[in-house]
Design a binder for this molecule. Structure first.
Ligand code: TYD
Length: 231
């Protein structure tokens, strides 16, 4: 899946809601920047200003009428914008891109979760992203019940702080989340060279150490430009 024509390195994080992705991404990004690498941090859905507007539609718990096909197209609209505006230029410039989720999420949530056809998702990926795809994906594997309990606690905190409602997907039935979890397991089996599965039930320091172990060798193998330290 790697686009061999560009010098940068594309890393993505995947995992069920509440797997600790946000914490682990920021630990990794801080460490890469401390080592002098030039890192672009992005997210799906989100990232660019236009992507953040699309995110609001996708995650607002009030949007119960959003159809599965409209949802799928909005995720890819967001991703196409992210690739065109941020990700591809950063990779061309030799930077490290770290994205919170990418197309694996769509395969898991819209493919397995919603039951939409995988060949359509692959075709949309090719249209939206061209050859741009992660070189390495960190999958934080968490028990579905633990992850959802953490996600619901976070959603309650957001509601108490009057932050925007982002509960639409978290509020799906347990069977939906089970299908998503199974889909991630299958993706790991199918692409062991790209996707590194990490046990997210370990303590924060050990999860970070496992992630660094996976990332450091890829970073070293790439002739990456070191930029000004950001920290
Ligand atoms: P995210 O911001 O990563 O939230 P969390 O920290 O709860 O994991 O993702 C938002 C939600 O969007 C999450 O429930 C997964 C869902 N999602 C999809 O259903 N399809 C996609 O393609 C992506 C990128 C995310």
């Amino acid at each position: 899946m790697t686009d061999v024509r560009r010098p940068g390195l594309f890393l993505s994080f995947e995992g069920m809601d509440g797997s600790g992705k946000t914490t682990q991404m920021s630990l990794l990004i801080d460490r890469l920047r401390q080592e002098g690498y030039d890192v672009l941090e992005t997210a799906e859905p989100g990232g660019t200003p236009i992507g953040r507007q699309i995110r609001r539609i996708l995650l607002d718990g009030a949007n119960q009428e959003l159809s599965s096909r409209a949802e799928l197209l909005l995720y890819f609209a967001c991703r196409a914008q992210n690739v065109d505006e941020w990700i591809r230029p950063a990779l061309t410039a030799g930077r490290i891109v770290v994205s919170d989720r990418f197309t694996d999420s769509t395969l898991a949530y819209q493919g397995a979760g919603r039951g939409l056809p995988l060949d359509t998702i692959h075709a949309l990926h090719r249209f939206a992203c061209g050859p741009t795809a992660p070189d390495l994906t960190i999958y934080l594997d968490i028990d579905r019940a633990i992850g959802l309990a953490r996600a619901h606690a976070r959603n309650a905190e957001r509601a108490a702080a009057a932050q925007p409602d982002e509960t639409r997907i978290d509020d799906e039935a347990p069977e939906f989340h089970d299908r998503v979890h199974q889909a991630y397991a299958a993706l790991c089996d199918n692409e062991p060279n790209r996707i590194r599965r990490i046990d997210a039930a370990q303590d924060i320091g050990q999860v970070h150490a496992d992630i660094w172990d996976a990332v450091a060798s890829r970073v070293a193998a790439h002739a990456l430009r070191k930029g000004p330290a950001h920290v």
